[in-house]
Design a protein around this ligand. Structure first.
Ligand SMILES: [Zn+2]
Length: 359
């Protein structure tokens, strides 16, 4: 599988999505093929800053409006422009606030009561409670959901959908955890999501892809192959019904990294290790700064700190897993990025949860 076809497909798509803002199309080819940390440009897009409309208020000295002699009209004439200016400033700041990306943190129910050794070779004791994090990023160039949680069918039929893993991992889901209910917390519907980006397609990350049939899925091509035709011994965490919709969805198939909007605000990094096509994302927020959404490229902060990887089938490639850890450390340390890990209990508890947000 070569890069050319994929790059060409994405260039076309990007041009269709934002023709007026498209810069040099070669930047996407560059991003896809580069894997160094310095590859992604961090400059803000002009669209994030230069969105103030040309001032609609034109006050020309000496220009007398009709009815100038009326005292009431005079007062209106004085306050009108001031009021207009205030409204304009408010409108501009509101527009700018809406333009800045926001990050919303959710959990798709929870897991708990399973051995820590399932997440970390040599781990002692049990994990009593763990989140199943997914994230919504509202972005001026298209809203993103990063990972999609456990299939909503597990709310009513956990054993039927997950089999023995439901009890094995202590899966808990309620009606409030359903995707439509979660999105409603921040005033969105599934059709408001333009891009579904998955760290990988395991059952607790790709579970609800089918609820976004009109969105574009952004996934590593290797992950699609791994999910549909898993290597021997690696099928346990893939449920074909979860990603059945990928047969019909619009898909951006990646074979590398991607600066999603060409402005450094949302970058995807390929990191095979946990699965053959795992990836993580780095979101750059105006006030919060950069944040890393790890998905399962690392399970627990302790695992990253102590360089501990999961057992099979949680590790497809030990070498890849360690390399993924190293990429995450490099971005964390060189960019001062915060970490958001899908299943780390302490990091999740310390985070702000939707409808609260990071901007
Ligand atoms: Zn996983």
């Amino acid at each position: 599988m070569g890069f050319t076809a994929i790059v060409a497909t994405f260039k076309t798509k990007r041009f269709l999505l934002a023709p007026a803002k498209a810069k040099a199309t070669s930047e996407f080819g560059g991003q896809l093929t580069r894997t160094t940390l310095g590859a992604a440009p961090l400059a803000r897009s002009p669209t994030l800053r230069n969105n103030a409309p040309a001032s609609p208020i034109t006050l020309t000295p000496g220009e007398v409006p009709q009815g100038w002699g009326d005292p009431m009209q005079q007062r209106l004439s004085i306050f009108g422009p001031v009021l207009g200016l205030v409204c304009l400033i408010s409108a501009v700041s509101l527009a700018q606030a809406q333009q800045n990306p926001k990050l919303y943190v959710f959990s798709s129910g929870s897991l708990g009561g399973f051995p820590k050794a399932a997440l970390q070779i040599g781990g002692q004791g049990n994990i009593d409670w763990a989140p199943v994090s997914f994230y919504v990023i509202t972005h001026p160039k298209g809203n993103i959901i990063f990972d999609t949680g456990n299939n909503d069918k597990t709310i009513t039929d956990p054993d039927g959908w997950w089999g023995p893993l439901a009890k094995g991992f202590g899966l808990k889901m309620t009606q409030d955890d359903a995707i439509p209910a979660q999105l409603a917390k921040i005033g969105l519907k599934t059709d408001d999501i333009k891009y579904v980006v998955v760290g990988h397609l395991h059952l607790d990350h790709g579970g609800n892809i089918s609820q976004f049939p009109n969105s574009t899925l952004v996934v590593q091509n290797d992950e699609l192959k791994a999910a549909w035709w898993p290597d021997v011994g690696y099928s346990l965490y893939y449920i074909p019904g979860d990603f059945e919709a990928t047969k019909k969805m619009n898909i951006i198939r990646l074979e590398g990294d991607l600066d999603m909007f060409g402005d450094g605000t949302f970058r995807i990094f390929r990191a095979p290790g946990h699965t053959p096509g795992s990836q993580f994302a780095v979101l750059r927020l105006k006030n919060t700064g950069p944040v890393i959404l790890t998905s399962d490229t690392v399970y627990l902060k302790e695992s990253l700190d102590k360089n501990l990887i999961p057992p099979i089938p949680g590790t497809w490639s030990p070498k890849g897993m360690y390399e993924g850890y190293q990429r995450i450390r490099l971005i964390r340390d060189t960019e001062g990025a915060q970490l958001f890990m899908a299943h780390d209990p302490e990091l999740f508890k310390a985070a702000k949860h939707a409808p609260d947000f990071y901007d």
